[in-house]
Design a protein around this ligand. Structure first.
Ligand code: PLP
Length: 391
């Protein structure tokens, strides 16, 4: 291995981050109050055209808050994907509700056809409530993840949700900036189509606040409740009265300062990621047996992560990932399927087929916005060497 190391996905903090954080420190507004928090929320809401936005500590806390606000209780079922990061599912369990795992389609996002057949075959509508016949529980909500910055088939999913009275929580943690360019939802951003949506600003995301999240919705009353619940449900500022159990889920002014600087660069980051994706696609044409997954037709993706199909060249993902690492290229497999993880053993999973297939043949390759063309060519050379040496 030479001196070069191409990381998978690292932050890009070359804008006004230090400038704004310094201002926050100088003014000593470093905690959960302060002007940057409001400004960041307004900036995100303006960008995705939502009714508002409520910042929180991370995507996970945003998902937890949203599920509570959508009325999920310990007696309910929530439909979730299995091909995702575990943080999309854990909040269901924080509430004490039961997750039922769904398969993906070729976009890697939830398969609407299987969602529909689960509702039709496994459930019945009783007094406008969707009841799972096996458990007798109400199916209250579905968590839809826009995997790697792609978009789930929201037209089909919203139709199913309308028909069966399901609340839709969009886990758009990986997809800020992705939107429909055609169809019923033309111009609508990932996160703003369902009842609530959540973004993450974790360090590996397209924009970062170190750690952070944002809840969005078209429903102002839900956002008002979100702000209340994430700020310890304080109903009187002066006398410290609380009308329910709240959470300390608020973002700090320091994080928001960074977030504003990152938002200023988001469109530029998307341009870079799109350009780098196209370069990979172009160069990989000469490499037999591997290809990058395409994004859904009719969307502008933020191209957060690049998924590479290695089925034809690789019998063992661990071996390939280790080899690439030895060559100075960081890569990773897709997540372990959640229904197979220890805390979810024994959970119900509905006709999972494609998720297993994609999990067994996909690696993610470097996609940072700081990636140079030389880095991309270097990654491709390492992939070629792997193929040559393991033929
Ligand atoms: C699909 C998905 N859901 C939820 C999360 C949780 O976000 P956070 O790390 O900000 O809590 C992440 C990312 O980390 C994610 O990729």
């Amino acid at each position: 291995m030479g001196d070069r190391f191409v990381p998978l996905s690292v932050p890009n903090l070359k804008g006004n981050e230090l400038n704004y954080i310094t201002k926050a420190v100088e003014t000593e507004w470093v905690s959960t109050g302060g002007p940057y928090v409001d400004e960041f929320e307004k900036m995100v809401a303006g960008y995705v055209h939502s009714a508002g936005a409520v910042s929180c500590q991370n995507g996970t806390s945003g998902l937890h808050t949203s599920l509570m606000l959508l009325g999920v209780t310990p007696e309910d079922i929530v439909l979730v994907p299995t091909l995702t990061f575990i943080a999309a599912v854990n909040p269901v369990r924080y509430i004490g509700a039961e997750p039922v795992f769904m398969d993906c389609d070729d976009s890697l996002c939830m398969d609407p056809e299987k969602l529909r057949s689960y509702c039709e075959e496994e459930c019945e509508l009783v007094d406008d409530k969707l009841i799972d016949k096996q458990s007798g529980k109400q199916v209250k909500a579905v968590v839809v993840v826009h995997v790697f910055g792609n978009m789930a088939d929201m037209e089909a999913i919203m139709d199913i949700a309308d028909k069966y009275n399901l609340k839709v929580l969009e886990d758009a943690t990986e997809a800020i900036g992705t939107y429909y360019t055609e169809g019923r939802y033309e111009g609508r951003y990932a996160g703003t189509i369902g009842h609530m949506g959540v973004y993450s600003f974790n360090g590996n995301k397209i924009i970062t606040t170190g750690g952070g999240g944002m809840i969005v919705s078209m429903d102002e009353s839900l956002l008002k409740r979100a702000k209340h619940l994430t700020t310890q449900a304080k109903s009187d500022e002066v006398f410290y009265t609380h009308d329910e159990i709240g959470y300390n889920y608020r973002m700090t002014n320091l994080q928001a300062a960074m977030g504003i600087a990152q938002m200023e660069q988001l469109e530029g980051f998307i341009e870079t990621k799109t350009d780098n994706y196209n370069r990979y696609v172009d160069k990989l044409r000469d490499v037999a047996g591997v290809s990058l997954y395409k994004v859904r037709q009719g969307i502008r993706s933020n191209y957060w992560f690049y998924g590479l199909d290695v089925e034809k060249v690789c019998m063992n993902l661990r071996e390939m990932i280790t080899y690439l690492h030895s060559q100075g290229v960081q890569s990773r497999p897709i997540w372990g399927l959640i229904h197979q993880q220890k805390p979810y053993e024994g959970s119900r999973a509905y006709k999972i087929v494609k998720a297993v297939e994609y999990q067994s043949k996909t690696i993610n390759i470097p996609c940072s916005t700081k990636l140079t063309y030389e880095d991309i060519d270097y990654v491709i050379e390492a992939i070629k060497r792997y193929i040559d040496e393991h033929r």
